[in-house]
Design a protein around this ligand. Structure first.
Ligand code: ARG
Length: 707
């Protein structure tokens, strides 16, 4: 029995032209195509295909120049068609003409709800064995349209996210072939989609193309019975295809490339069949969320929508109430869609971290899973942020204590009446602990931006420029003094650069004068500070003169050795071996410090904690109750501290490297501030400023000790 001939729909290019720009290929090509050449190229394609298939024609309509691209008429399967809903108004006028043609031919026609963009077979390609439908989204078609395809066409839909705007339709970079082969350009898809493709198409069936082939529309090929027709295919790719038993025909379609289309776009396959589906599924998962706050002023809405799209999801705004005055908050209800449950969960947890809420009904009870292996969380654990968090358990919101980022939430409810929740590090989990999983019943509390910016009015600037440093220092000095006056807590995290840049006497002054309640650092800052106290050098360099001292390279080791001889920095201070400097002041004024070790440490000093888990614990104890943390030129220790500090603590990060500052100023710029400057200079300005604020608060800085 000979198989029924393949039928293909085409539309002659009488009215074809580039009249507008709706894809990057059209840029610079308006009215640059030749009508005569387009006619001739189209005819050539038509002739080639007519040898393989039966060609149906739909009449072109004046004013709709892109109607030649019949792939975008709709998606056909059997006797059913899902009509396109064009994303751009420039093509929406084609819809009724295609609809009329399908109706005339007796198809069962489905139309998507308004505003649900879907561009037909340009964005939906059947597996040639009819096992499933590949559907693209990201530019022209919405992920939300995919469940309709699954339902109406009774087929499994695999959603692929397009991420390169040159490949705005699935058929520009993806071409399923006979016998399970796939011709495609992998970089046009996001990581998740590539993984999905690799799961469904074994490696020996995947034919990835180069960028050069992709940009010649090699993937925009029409295959009928193992003959491929395309605009251009490199000899290398042709050889690969022929090795798999395909015949390759190329035909110049350069006039249509000017509009961003080639062979496949100019055709619509009308004879499509599928295997009977076990159950039609579009992997698409959806949830409603609400978001409230200064959505527009604070850019929160943008951030939320970007988060959804960047992570491969899609959204529909279902309700938006904009606050009418500056002080009023707005709220929005969004339907979030994602290609899988797992992607949706990732997106939702990012949204929860931004303050989004899942609808509150009885089903939002938090999901708890029990730890079965010490130090290992259940797979689906929720990762904490710096923001105050609550979980919904047995009809009430329970606040999470010891808030920090990158932990998990453990719920304790011994007597079933007074549930308690706290943040815990994965390594500290014990068998039997009940850990919050998934995304339901979790909310984070964010102060409305308006209040926050008033509270920390001076800290609304993010990273500063040099010219603003002085102004900022003035404000920090004021803040430090207020904290001191009310018996608050300022913690300093400092790196050895503080010493190398001459900042040590200034930091020592701050400690002596009661502006610092705890000091965190590594082995190096202590070694260099002590070396300076003993020899007047820092890593062998005389800071007063700015020159290396003869034999100075041994100073730091000799210092370490002597401190080790005394047994501790405190003992060395007692013995008058150390008579000045940062750590001298810490010992004298009982300011606690913690030194975290690292692989490059010399010594180490007796106080340096080389067990990093213990060092993290020491740090975390010292930052308890901090009002402000001043981070001075140490990326490593600052990031460590940032991770364990809950929101609400002001962070000031000073570093000469803008990248470090940006990284730390990133936790909601309203409560963190970055200053790009030399840290020695910063400290000297800060001390000067505190002196200016009033005598009772500061005595002048003593000169550097000279050996
Ligand atoms: N200018 C048309 C557009 O941007 C080209 C369509 C190409 N069609 C396709 N199936 N890729 O919509």
């Amino acid at each position: 029995m000979t198989p029924a001939p393949v039928r293909i729909l085409m539309c002659s290019p009488e009215h074809y032209d580039v009249n507008y720009v709706i894809n990057p290929w059209m840029e610079g090509n308006i009215h640059r195509s030749s009508q005569a050449r387009a006619q001739q190229q189209w005819q050539q394609l038509n002739t080639l295909l007519a040898a393989q298939a039966h060609i149906d024609l739909v009449n072109p309509v004046q004013g709709w120049p892109d109607m030649v691209f019949t792939a975008n008429a709709g998606l056909v399967l059997g006797n059913t068609v899902v009509l396109s809903r064009f994303y751009h108004p420039e093509r929406q006028g084609e819809q009724p003409h295609f609809k009329a043609w399908f109706e005339q031919q007796g198809y069962q026609v489905h139309e998507l709800p308004e505003d649900l963009a879907f561009e037909g077979a340009g964005d939906a390609l059947l597996d040639r064995a009819g096992r499933w439908l590949w559907a693209g989204y990201g530019f022209r078609s919405l992920l939300e349209a995919h469940p309709y395809l699954a339902r109406w066409l009774d087929i499994e839909v695999l959603s692929l996210r397009l991420i390169d705007k040159r490949f705005y339709h699935l058929d520009t970079c993806f071409c399923p072939l006979s016998d399970g082969y796939l011709l495609y350009y992998p970089p046009a898809f996001d990581t998740y989609s590539n993984r999905l493709i690799e799961l469904r198409v074994p490696a020996d069936k995947r034919i990835p193309v180069s960028e050069a082939d992709a940009t010649q529309f090699a993937c925009n090929a029409v295959e009928v019975n193992r003959t491929l027709v395309a605009n251009l295919i490199s000899s290398e790719l042709q050889a690969r295809l022929e090795a798999q038993g395909f015949r390759v025909l190329t035909t110049d379609l350069s006039e249509f490339l000017k509009a961003g289309g080639a062979a496949k776009c100019l055709t619509l396959r009308l004879t499509e069949t599928a295997l009977p589906a076990a159950e039609p599924v579009a992997g698409v998962s959806q949830r409603l969320i609400t978001l409230e706050g200064h959505l527009v002023d604070s850019n929160l809405l943008n951030e939320a929508l970007d988060t959804i799209v960047e992570q491969g999801g899609s959204f529909q705004i279902q309700r938006l109430n904009l606050g009418s005055h500056r002080q009023n908050t707005s709220n929005v209800q969004l339907q979030v869609s994602a290609p899988t449950e797992a992607t949706l969960a990732t997106i939702l947890s990012s949204l929860i971290d931004l303050g989004a809420r899942l609808p509150e009904d009885s089903r939002t009870q938090v999901l708890l899973e029990t730890v079965t292996q010490p130090g290992v969380a259940p797979e689906d654990f929720y990762v904490t942020t710096i923001y105050p968090t609550q979980i919904y358990h047995q009809g009430q919101w329970v606040s999470v204590s010891q808030q920090r980022m990158d932990g998990v939430i453990v719920l304790q409810d011994r007597d079933q009446t007074s549930p308690q929740a706290y943040c815990c590090l994965i390594r500290d989990l014990q068998v039997g602990d009940r850990v919050v999983c998934g995304v339901d019943g979790i909310r984070t509390l964010h102060k409305a931006t308006q209040e926050r910016s008033q509270e920390f009015s001076f800290m609304d600037s993010g990273v500063s420029s040099e010219r603003r440093v002085e102004l900022l220092v003035e404000q920090i000095a004021w803040e430090l003094r207020r904290i001191k006056d009310r018996g608050g807590k300022t913690v300093v995290v400092a790196g050895p650069v503080v010493i190398h840049t001459g900042g040590s006497p200034h930091l020592a002054t701050l400690i002596r004068e009661g502006y610092v309640q705890a000091l965190l650092g590594g082995n190096a800052i202590a070694v260099h500070d002590l070396e300076q106290a003993v020899y007047g050098t820092s890593l062998g360099v005389d800071l007063g003169r700015g020159r290396p001292v003869k034999g100075g390279h041994r100073h730091h080791l000799k210092t370490i050795n002597t401190i080790r001889h005394y047994g501790s920095i405190a003992a060395a201070v007692e013995a008058n071996f150390i008579q000045s400097g940062i750590f001298y002041e810490c010992i004298r004024h009982q300011v606690p410090f913690a030194l975290a070790g690292s692989i490059r440490d010399d010594g180490p000093l007796p106080e340096t904690q080389m067990d990093l888990v213990k060092a993290q614990q020491e740090y975390s104890q010292l930052i308890q109750g901090a009002d402000l943390i001043l981070m001075l030129s140490t990326m490593l220790h600052s990031i460590g501290v940032g991770n364990m500090t809950p929101s609400g603590v002001k962070l000031i990060c000073v570093d000469i490297n803008p990248a470090v500052v940006t990284k730390l100023a990133d936790r909601g710029s309203l409560e963190s501030m970055g200053i790009v400057t030399d840290v020695g200079l910063f400290l000297s300005l800060l001390v000067q400023q505190l002196q200016r604020l009033g005598r009772p608060y500061l005595k002048p800085v003593p000169p550097l000790p000279v050996q």
